[in-house]
Ligand binder design. Structure first.
Ligand code: HSE
Length: 436
């Protein structure tokens, strides 16, 4: 048997320790699959590691990444420390040195997409980032290799488990956002700073990566439209349910004749849509290819073991290339370097959607007529309209519920501004897009 593949592991936190455990527990199986051992020869960590129950007999534990970066014996550098400073150095220096890199760092990849992928294209090493999107679901590999003959026209998915857990809990138990967030934090789902989960930032990082591999194009993260779930009211969840919908935080990318759309926002999803039944901390991504049609991948989007599974799948893919003595035949963004371009994401104002509107108002026929006129002047067609009482304490007020046909976002925003200016509209209009 040939020499072992040598791995330098940067970070021994939740995911890093999961990778160590997986490579150790499944060592014999992996050796049979690739014909070589994979050994983590060096680990860099600043955290306590003697309480993890791991066997470090073949591993040197270091408190700095330098020894890993400078070690010519290491074949694959695994970056699992997160953040954008040391992690960026690890990824770029390793690629520049011709080493292969595996990372789960979606924030780093999304925010420095162009710089990192240009380095990956130039490197003799590979860049594996399966674990950066939807944890254990092999969605990057599915798109890059499973659908490699298809033109990807659209993807839409639930890519943040914490947000999905919160919305599912609000929906199931009728609790408000803050109590659901507390519950998610107690279960350890939320990121260290839950802002990333609840404001859609974590999902946005993943959407940029999905757009890049789906559309084989570089994009600017700052151009992505991002709206989180902090404004979701249990009232909207209840009304959506009565109307046959659930509210999900969806990340989506779309190829249109005008260009590429990309957004993260809460959306009403029909109960018939498979994404509607994805509850709790699970993730799922639908991808539409022009030949394969619609596909759906489902699984755990986070957690030590599922994410470790994705990291190790990249390590094994790289080990097989090293075995075969070839460079990666799959380019980092599934397109040859000379064809790789950067494109703008269409501004949200230029996109179209169906909309749900909840307008709290003093209930008079005249007021409803004014609302219909404003929407009609904005060229927005109403598909259905209904009324709901607000509460027993406010007997004169009603929630007017409207579902629209497809309409332009900018016209919708201008109409909402006008509606908010009406004297009988008693609270800002609540608008949620409807997944079409
Ligand atoms: N906090 C993230 C989530 C972890 O809830 O999905 C995985 O990126």
């Amino acid at each position: 048997m040939e020499d072992a593949i040598k791995v330098g592991l940067c970070g021994l936190g939740t995911v890093g320790s999961g990778v160590f455990r997986l490579l150790s527990e499944n060592a014999a199986l992996i050796r049979n699959r690739i014909g070589r051992n994979i050994i983590i020869t060096k680990v860099a960590t600043i955290d306590r590691y003697d309480n993890l129950g791991l066997d470090f007999s073949q591993t040197r534990v270091l408190d700095s990444v330098d020894d890993i970066l400078q070690d010519p014996e290491i074949d694959i550098v695994v970056e699992l420390i997160g953040g954008k400073t040391i992690a960026k150095r690890i990824v770029l220096e390793s690629l520049q040195a011709g080493k292969s890199v595996v990372t789960a760092n979606k924030a780093l990849l999304a925010e420095y997409l162009e710089e990192i992928f240009h380095a990956a294209y130039k490197s003799k090493g590979t860049l594996g980032f399966e674990a950066s999107v939807a944890g254990g679901i092999p969605i990057i590999r599915s798109i890059k290799q499973g659908f490699s003959g298809d033109r990807i026209d659209k993807f839409s998915g639930i890519v943040n488990g914490t947000a999905n857990y919160i919305l599912s809990a609000m929906s199931r138990d009728g609790i408000n956002f803050h109590n659901a967030l507390k519950d998610a934090q107690e279960r350890g789902y939320a990121e260290a700073d839950p802002t990333f989960d609840i404001e859609g930032i974590d999902a946005a990082h993943k959407v940029i990566l999905l757009m890049a591999v789906s559309f084989n194009t570089l994009f600017e993260y700052s151009q992505l439209y991002i709206e989180g779930i902090t404004g979701i009211d249990p009232v909207d969840i209840a009304i959506a349910a009565e109307s046959g919908y659930v509210i999900k935080l969806l990340g989506r990318g779309l190829r249109t004749e005008k260009g590429y759309e990309g957004r993260v926002c809460p959306a009403l999803v029909s109960k018939d849509n498979m994404l509607a039944s994805v509850t709790g901390a699970f993730n799922a991504v639908s991808v539409w290819g022009n030949f394969v049609g619609e596909t759906l991948s489902y699984g755990a989007g986070a957690g030590s073991h599922p994410t470790a599974s994705a990291v190790v799948s990249d390590i094994i893919e790289t080990a097989r290339l090293i075995n075969a003595g070839i460079d990666n035949p799959v380019p980092p963004l599934n397109i040859e370097a000379e064809c790789l371009t950067k494109k703008d994401i269409l501004p949200i104002d230029d996109t179209e959607s169906e909309y749900y509107l909840r307008i709290m108002l003093n209930n008079t026929e005249k007021s409803i007529n004014s609302i219909i006129r404003i929407l009609s002047e904005a060229d927005i067609d109403i598909r259905s309209m209904g009324q709901k009482p607000v509460s027993n304490d406010l007997p004169t007020q009603k929630n007017l519920i409207l579902f629209t046909e497809m309409a332009n976002e900018k016209r919708m925003q201008l109409a909402i501004q006008k509606l908010n200016g009406l004297s009988f509209v008693t609270k800002p209009v609540r608008m949620i897009r409807v997944e079409h």
